[in-house]
Design a protein around this ligand. Structure first.
Ligand code: F6R
Length: 633
């Protein structure tokens, strides 16, 4: 989605805005622009379709000592094509603005603008807001702050706007209703406002999250907070972000996605350490979190999410069903939202969202809250809208995820779900004195701490797993279609594996429950098609291997993922990707419980998509048409 950065202060404005916009590139965009303001109130605007690199030389060619403020924007096109005219900032007389969101009543405003004898330059809804502000200012002889305040309630839908005026060049007015805005200030630097905390972290780690309906006035001397509707001052708490800016860099990796895949052993440990009081290999207790009580009292759990987070939710269902007696359903937020869902006593609704900003997931939680049904959320972003909407929140500790395709955040969501399922299951087992179940869950917790070790082995460059992934990618990259199949835990992984491949390599890929193959998709299997068979040694193994044979009989190429000692799978597949794991220890015990193999398989599938996309030369970190946080429906 669109990215916004605004800055007033004593440092060079152009480089700050450009760096800030680059920090937001991960959100996805198709044009960009910057406006710079000098002390005398003159502004200059630089815009272009395509990447920020297109405006960078124009901005940096300017004498930066002239400017003391400005706004920048990366646009993800909604109203109007991604071209220079439609790129933000938009200018109407002395007003220059950037906008994120959708103005739903834009036709009505457009009519008003034409009726007053003006003709907007762009096809965007955003430009129209500047006219509204101008009309208010002229009609009521008021300044920019008051003009924005009077104009803002007149637009419908979810929007955030950052605006400057040549008549009051020392200030930036920003207003939020929907798309997030975050602000930061310090004496030496000045004031900055952005779509998320990342552009701010280069300058300060103390930030303020704007609430919906907030308006701020940024000056180099500080930031003032107001209620945009009443104009009354409001207080907002300063939040300290614990991500340092260096976690926002690629650190030598060719792509953020590759870096983030490799970070997973660490991010799993970070999340484990955040939720366990110590590292003894005994039963652990969660740090106090009201969400645990909510879950313990639940009679039914409904998980809602979108995309990759929905896949985590599907996996969650398997874990909750294995370790607890809680009935669980997992639903797409965009479907749940418009169905006639009937809430039952004791139902708890859990939203999962990496960004904490996804419009559909947020809307479900808002509706559910209105119905007085308890809500929980799992998110990776502190202070995000969803984290504030849900009644209880479980944070994952994946750190900033910059690659548009979710990798480490997905793994962290899975981890959170298995932890919660285990925690709840243990409570039930204690109450019912089910000794066996307790031993099972204690073992689960103990083994979770072994996952980072196995995962590091799987991802090791030059290791047998990573090598097999590379070979399989090179041999299959020209396939006309890919099917990912699996059963049990491997079914959501199949969906996720296919989604990742579609997103970053732009190839046709479908994920299927292996048992569904013969109910339709088998008709498509023939030479030239690749089927990724996810078949760890688990209770579904024999059935999946039967499906593999059906695939083989139709001449499709097979890439199989399974335990390292699985000779059957290795002999049947064209490419065998071994997990760095034997199915049995010498004493006959399995090396890692089957419920934990998703933590190894998912990163392997991410790597496979990455290798295929790399060979195809696609834009891996910012795939076409995709946005990192989907703040519109
Ligand atoms: C895929 C991906 C998306 C997101 C989806 C929900 O790699 O990242 O499918 O999972 O847009 O986003 P969040 O988790 O931020 O709610």
């Amino acid at each position: 989605m669109c990215g916004i950065v605004g800055y007033v202060g004593q440092h060079a404005v152009g480089p700050i805005l450009l760096k800030g916009l680059k920090r937001l590139e991960y959100r996805g965009y198709d044009s960009s622009g910057v406006a710079l303001f000098d002390e005398g109130g003159r502004s200059e605007t630089f815009k272009a379709a395509g990447k920020i690199a297109a405006i960078e030389p124009m901005v940096l060619a300017k004498d930066q000592t002239l400017f003391h403020g400005g706004i920048g924007h990366t646009r993800w096109a909604t109203h109007g094509a991604p071209n220079t005219t439609n790129a933000h900032p938009h200018r109407v007389k002395d007003l220059v603005l950037v906008h994120n969101g959708i103005i739903e009543n834009y036709r009505e405003i457009q009519k008003l603008v034409y009726a007053r004898g003006y003709k907007p330059v762009s096809e965007t809804d955003s430009e129209l807001f500047a006219f509204l502000v101008m009309f208010e200012m002229e009609e009521h002889k008021i300044d920019l702050i008051e003009g924005v305040r009077r104009a803002f309630p007149k637009i419908h839908g979810s929007s955030s706007v950052v605006i400057m005026s040549e008549k009051q060049p020392g200030l930036i007015v920003a207003v939020r209703n929907g798309s997030p805005l975050v602000a930061g200030w310090n004496k030496e630097f000045g004031a900055i406002v952005a779509s998320d905390a990342q552009p701010i972290l280069d300058h300060t780690n103390k930030v303020y999250y704007l609430e919906n309906g907030d308006m701020i006035v940024c000056q180099k001397s500080g930031i003032q907070f107001f209620d945009a509707y009443s104009g009354k001052p409001v207080e907002r708490k300063e939040v300290t972000i614990d991500w340092s800016a260096d976690r926002l860099d690629k650190n030598g990796y060719a792509h953020y996605m590759l870096k983030e895949i490799h970070e997973q052993p660490r991010t799993i440990l970070d999340t484990l350490h955040a939720y366990f009081e110590d590292q003894t290999h005994r039963p652990f207790e969660f740090a106090k979190n009201a969400g645990i009580d909510q879950l313990s009292a639940a009679q039914r759990l409904s998980i809602i999410a979108c995309g990759t987070s929905w896949h985590a939710g599907l996996l969650g269902r398997y874990w909750f069903e294995r370790y607890t007696h809680l009935p669980v359903d997992t639903d797409l937020a965009s479907e749940f939202r418009y169905r006639n869902s009937h809430f039952t006593p004791g139902q708890v609704v859990m939203g999962i969202s990496q960004s904490g900003e996804t419009a559909d997931t947020l809307a479900v939680l808002q509706d559910v809250n209105k119905n007085k049904v308890p809500t929980l959320a799992i998110t990776n972003v502190k202070g995000s809208t969803i984290s504030r909407e849900a009644k209880s929140i479980f944070y994952t500790y994946a750190g900033p995820e910059i690659g548009v395709a979710s990798t480490k955040a997905f793994t962290a969501q899975m981890l959170m779900l298995v932890l919660l399922a285990g925690r709840l299951g243990r409570d039930l087992a204690v109450n019912d004195s089910q000794g066996k179940k307790m031993i099972e869950i204690d073992r689960l917790y103990r083994e979770l701490f072994e996952v980072p070790h196995y995962l590091s082995m799987a991802l090791e460059t030059g290791g047998s797993t990573a090598n097999a992934v590379k070979k399989a990618a090179q041999d299959t990259l020209h396939s006309k279609a890919f099917f990912f199949i699996g059963r049990g835990y491997s079914f959501p992984l199949a969906l996720e594996g296919a989604l990742k491949l579609k997103e970053i390599a732009y190839v046709h890929a479908e994920g299927y429950a292996a048992g569904e193959l013969k109910h339709g998709p088998i008709a498509m299997l023939e030479p030239g098609v690749t089927v990724i068979v996810i078949a760890p040694k688990d209770i579904w193994y024999d059935k999946t291997v039967s499906n593999l044979q059906e695939v083989k009989a139709r001449g499709a190429k097979i890439v199989a993922v399974g335990h390292a000692d699985d000779k059957t799978l290795a002999s049947m597949a064209d490419h065998f990707i071994p997990l760095p794991l034997q199915s049995k220890k010498p004493d006959g015990q399995s090396t890692l419980d089957e419920s934990l193999t998703p933590f190894l398989i998912s990163p392997i599938l991410q790597l496979l998509s990455y290798e295929i996309a790399l060979s195809k030369g696609t834009d891996i970190d910012q795939p076409r048409n995709l946005a990192k946080s989907v703040t519109v429906e």
